[in-house]
Design a protein around this ligand. Structure first.
Ligand code: ATP
Ligand code: MG
Length: 675
């Protein structure tokens, strides 16, 4: 039988190739899909040629060739911007493993070559005049729109399990039915797919899924689809009809994930990965699923950063695609209404990505002196407000909001770590949402970790301990409880008395570094601002073998309001927010404290003594010159604080005129202050 040889450029080039080969005394035919699609009057992109010539001969005959699959007899020939695959007639020996033929032999003719091909419609050859060679009656099957295996179907599927998938792939891409005998063989051939590489299965799956039409659904065995995809217990039949209503392989795949119990996003990613989908495809399907879900659950959805990001990377078309998937799932919706709704919603949310904001990370770095991940967090916070119409997209409004947000940001270990300037970024930091004693935890951590310093903190201390067991009041989220622990040497035990004073000076420096200069020290280690207590410190030291573990616990009223304090304390305590008349960033404060304590450890290790800092301490000490009341065991001493000596001891002059030393381990109160 003769058909019209196509006049298209690629076929005309192929014709010249056939002629060149024939002139050398060999045979050459166009074979496979190109013949099939020519008869179907479909567009042909790849033209495969089968020949009696050896690969070596083909390489000699043509100017530009590539030995693409020389072991299988394939050479690619390049002519005028087109590549042609030229393969020497070959037959395959028995398949022992369902993957590879035991041998390939080239000692055959055209019919032998056609006999190794999968389906009759793919097993036709055409010469340079359009004369058809069709030993397996592929033409008749093509006219009857039938997929039929060449030779014994079961044997052919067993030889190469991929043919099982290809049968359904061709049925889908051509809208053909599978011949009964072939279908019988298929129904018991699912397991042959087990041995086929994922890459080969994916290629066929993608073509299949994109082309599938509803009538085929009733012919598809679930076990074959499950082996094909490698997705265990995948009941494709349960969603096939609905899937066939969507367009494109990725949209259909997204719909599969939306409709089946495989819906979880983590699963989606790992399942697509086992089938060797590319990252790009995984991202796109994931975005489609995510957008459909969000839209479905909260319609109209609040614009979120991930939603906006997905929209920006895939275009607004993605929302439209997602809406189409939703409408397929919900018969009560109409596509036109939903699309109009989505378009309107998009218009109401002009900000899609962080780049659309009127302020950028570099502005926050410059204007708010921020660094590290807090910048990204701040931008995402701004995005949420702007995208949802709660904040105008102007520089000033955004800067103001960012500033307020940073001040109110909850305590966050990552943020603090990134704001460290003096202390190393890998310092051991332990953040707790809620804790009763940061000192206890710090001591436990110090026993476990062999590090010179660590820090434990929370902004919600349930009941901190003050000296002599008194509670430190810290309203949730508004105070900082921070404990730093140092690992010292055995003889440092003798210097216990210095630490409360060092700690007080250190806290004072940290406050000063964030612009709070008014803090004073009440000997030995309370911090006062404007005569009211804002911070208490509890220093605990214990020897552990040859080591000494020092734990300094600091409790600070950061952003508490006056109303947060119990009535009886209102006249005695204050917070940084009250004294500064603005919120203080708990993260920045914590980072500065850790920095200053780290520096204290370094200078202490460099043999610093309290005497080196005595002058500075006296400058900030509010106790000197005050009349105070001290309990020493069962005795009480009242007198005026006169001086602090080199060891940090406070000297008071009592009413009888004698000088009495007070060591820092003792309790000191003045008449009004009993906090
Ligand atoms: P398409 O146009 O969809 O690519 P095609 O028929 O060209 O269809 P290919 O996968 O490109 O399909 O394969 C080219 C030819 O090689 C087929 O027409 C068929 O004759 C043969 N073939 C491909 N894969 C197999 C296989 N697994 N077993 C037997 N023959 C195969
Ligand atoms: Mg092809």
């Amino acid at each position: 039988m003769k058909i019209t040889f196509p006049a298209t450029e690629n076929f005309q080039l192929a014709k010249r190739l056939l002629q060149t080969i024939e002139r050398s005394g060999e045979e050459a035919y166009i074979v496979g899909g190109a013949v099939r699609d020519t008869i179907l009057e479909r567009q042909v992109n790849d033209i495969d040629i089968a020949t009696s010539a050896t690969p070596e001969k083909i390489i000699q005959l043509f100017a530009k060739t590539l030995p693409t699959g020389i072991a299988h007899g394939t050479v690619s020939v390049y002519e005028h911007d087109h590549w042609f695959e030229v393969t020497t007639y070959r037959e395959e020996g028995p398949y022992d493993d369902g993957r590879h033929p035991r041998y390939v032999h080239f000692d055959t003719n055209l019919v032998g070559d056609l006999s190794r091909r999968d389906f009759t419609i793919n097993a036709m050859a055409m010469d340079q005049n359009g004369e058809l060679r069709d030993p397996f009656h592929g033409y008749d099957d093509l006219m009857a729109r039938t997929i039929r295996a060449v030779g014994d179907a079961k044997t052919r599927f067993q030889e190469d399990g991929l043919r099982v998938a290809r049968a359904f792939r061709f049925a889908a891409t051509h809208g053909f039915t599978i011949a009964e005998s072939t279908m019988v063989a298929l129904s018991s051939s699912a397991s042959f797919l087990d041995k086929v590489a994922a890459e080969r299965r994916l290629e066929e799956w993608n073509k299949f899924l994109g082309a599938l039409m509803a009538p085929l659904c009733d012919q598809l065995p679930d076990d074959i689809i499950s082996k094909w995809t490698g997705w265990k217990d995948f009941l494709f039949s349960s969603c096939c009809h609905q899937i066939s209503k969507a367009e494109g392989a990725n949209d259909r795949l997204a719909l599969i994930f939306l409709l089946t119990k495989f819906g979880a996003v983590v699963k989606l990613e790992s399942m697509m990965r086992t089938l060797r989908y590319s990252k790009k495809n995984i991202d796109e399907v994931q975005a489609l699923v995510q957008i459909s879900r969000t839209w479905q659950v909260t319609s109209p959805a609040r614009m979120t950063i991930s939603f906006g990001k997905a929209l920006s990377s895939y275009g607004e078309k993605l929302l439209e695609r997602a809406v189409r998937l939703i409408v397929i799932q919900d018969a009560s919706l109409t596509l036109d209404d939903e699309l109009a709704h989505a378009a309107k919603w998009l218009n109401e949310h002009p900000v899609r990505t962080l780049k659309d904001l009127a302020i950028q990370g570099s502005d926050l770095i410059r204007d708010l002196s921020l660094q590290g991940p807090i910048i990204g967090m701040a931008l995402e916070h701004l995005f949420d407000l702007v995208a949802n119409g709660q904040l105008p997209n102007t520089y000033d409004a955004l800067l103001k909001e960012a500033n307020e947000w940073i001040m109110e940001a909850v305590i966050d270990e990552q943020v603090i770590r990134n704001m460290l300037q003096k202390a190393p970024k890998n310092l051991m930091l332990y953040e707790y949402k809620q804790l009763s004693s940061t000192n206890d935890v710090a001591r436990e951590k110090m026993a476990e970790a062999k590090v010179p310093m660590l820090a434990v903190f929370t902004d919600h201390q349930e009941s901190g301990r003050g000296r002599q067991g008194r509670a430190w009041v810290s309203p949730p989220g508004k105070g900082l409880a921070l404990s730093v622990a140092f690992r010292l040497e055995a003889d440092d035990m003798n210097r216990l008395q210095e630490w409360p004073l060092f700690a007080a000076l250190t806290v004072r420096s940290a406050l000063s570094s964030i612009g709070i200069e008014k803090a004073m020290i009440k000997w030995p280690n309370d911090i006062f601002i404007e005569g009211k207590k804002v911070c208490g410190i509890l220093t605990e030291m214990r020897s552990v073998g040859k080591e000494v573990h020092l734990v300094i616990g600091i409790g600070i009223n950061v952003n508490a309001e006056l109303s947060d304090f119990p009535d009886d304390l209102k006249s005695k305590v204050t917070s940084l927010k009250i004294t500064q008349m603005k919120s203080i960033s708990i993260n920045i404060l914590t980072a500065r404290l850790i920095d200053e304590f780290y520096e204290l450890l370094l200078t202490y290790q460099a043999k610093k003594r309290f005497s080196d800092q005595k002058d500075e301490y006296e400058r900030y000490c509010m106790t000197l010159g005050q009349r105070i009341h001290v309990r020493q065991g069962h005795n009480a001493v009242t007198g005026v604080a006169t001086r602090i000596d080199e060891e940090g001891t406070l000297w008071i002059s009592d009413d009888q005129g004698s000088d009495i030393p007070i060591r820092s381990g003792e309790i000191i109160e003045n008449s009004e202050d009993r906090v």
